[in-house]
Design a protein around this ligand. Structure first.
Ligand SMILES: C=C(O[C@@H]1C=C(C(=O)O)C=C[C@H]1O)C(=O)O
Length: 266
């Protein structure tokens, strides 16, 4: 049985092997939730593998391995990770951070500390009441959903791209090192299934969106354009970006040790 962590956001659609009609030959169970929940399940070894926060890998890299060629990244705008505000950036003094995120919370700190050199007080975003009166970091479907309440959108990967020229890697397929030896066969098959799903769904995206995306939250046109704009690859350039992100995380004292990026050689 392979225990798989699944971020329940629109942006994981291209990995959805079930809707792609690909059936694994092994038994599996999906554990759905926001990134922080999956990071925790993975760290506690309650699941084997997950699409989880890239920052979770960076912080605990000794325990993990990465599936190659796969990520959720964005070159320039991501559209679903941003600081939303009705204030101009220069007037923002406090930011309420989404509790669902790890990577984007850390990126927010790097943006203010290193790129903008601006002191900010950080608070937890406990609920969505009167959200338009605050400056908030939102991720995933909520970011898309609440965006029209705000005059200004400070897109985090756009800011990263302007400062570094690199794509920003939000999520990776991370697995617990020790399960590789126990479940190598399933993992290899799962990797092939993810690669196949990604290809199949992205090739025929409007059709998959039409059949599988619920339209209460966003229009089909938006969903298609949003996914099309994301980058699901993991190349040398993405690794370079992860290394730079890690260096900045050391500079702002969030991590102590420089991580190694251990990709499975599939
Ligand atoms: C692109 C996104 O990136 C997400 C952000 C994450 C984080 O901040 O920890 C983790 C996984 C990603 O799915 C998004 O939420 O829209």
């Amino acid at each position: 049985m392979l225990k798989i962590g699944w971020i329940d956001f629109l942006n994981t659609l291209p990995f959805n092997f079930e809707i792609a009609g690909i059936k694994p030959e092994f038994e599996y169970k999906l554990y759905k939730g926001v990134p922080v929940k999956l990071n925790k399940l993975l760290r506690n070894k309650e699941i084997d593998i997950a699409i989880a926060s890239s920052a979770e890998y960076i912080e605990n890299f000794q325990d993990y391995l990465i599936l190659p060629n796969l990520s959720i990244s964005a070159t320039n705008k991501v559209h679903s990770v941003a600081i939303f505000s009705n204030k101009q950036l220069s007037d923002i003094k406090e930011v309420y951070l989404s509790k669902a995120s790890k990577t984007s919370r850390y990126l927010t700190k790097i943006i203010f500390d290193i790129f903008l050199k601006k002191e900010i007080s950080y608070k937890e975003l406990e609920n969505y009441q009167d959200i338009e009166k605050k400056s908030v970091l939102l991720i995933g479907d909520n970011a898309i959903f609440f965006s029209d309440r705000f005059k200004y959108v400070y897109d985090l990967s756009e800011i990263w791209y302007k400062n570094t020229g690199l794509p920003f890697v939000f999520a990776l397929w991370i697995l617990n090192k020790e399960i590789f030896y126990k479940k190598e066969r399933q993992l290899r098959q799962f990797y092939n299934i993810l690669m196949e799903s990604k290809e199949k769904i992205l090739k025929n995206l409007p059709n998959f969106v039409k059949n599988f995306v619920k339209t209460e939250k966003f229009s089909r046109e938006f969903a298609t354009e949003y996914i099309k704009n994301l980058d699901y690859n993991l190349t040398e350039k993405h690794i370079q970006s992860l290394k730079l992100f890690s260096k900045y995380l050391q500079d702002v004292k969030i991590i102590k040790k420089e991580p190694k990026f251990n990709l499975l050689n599939f």
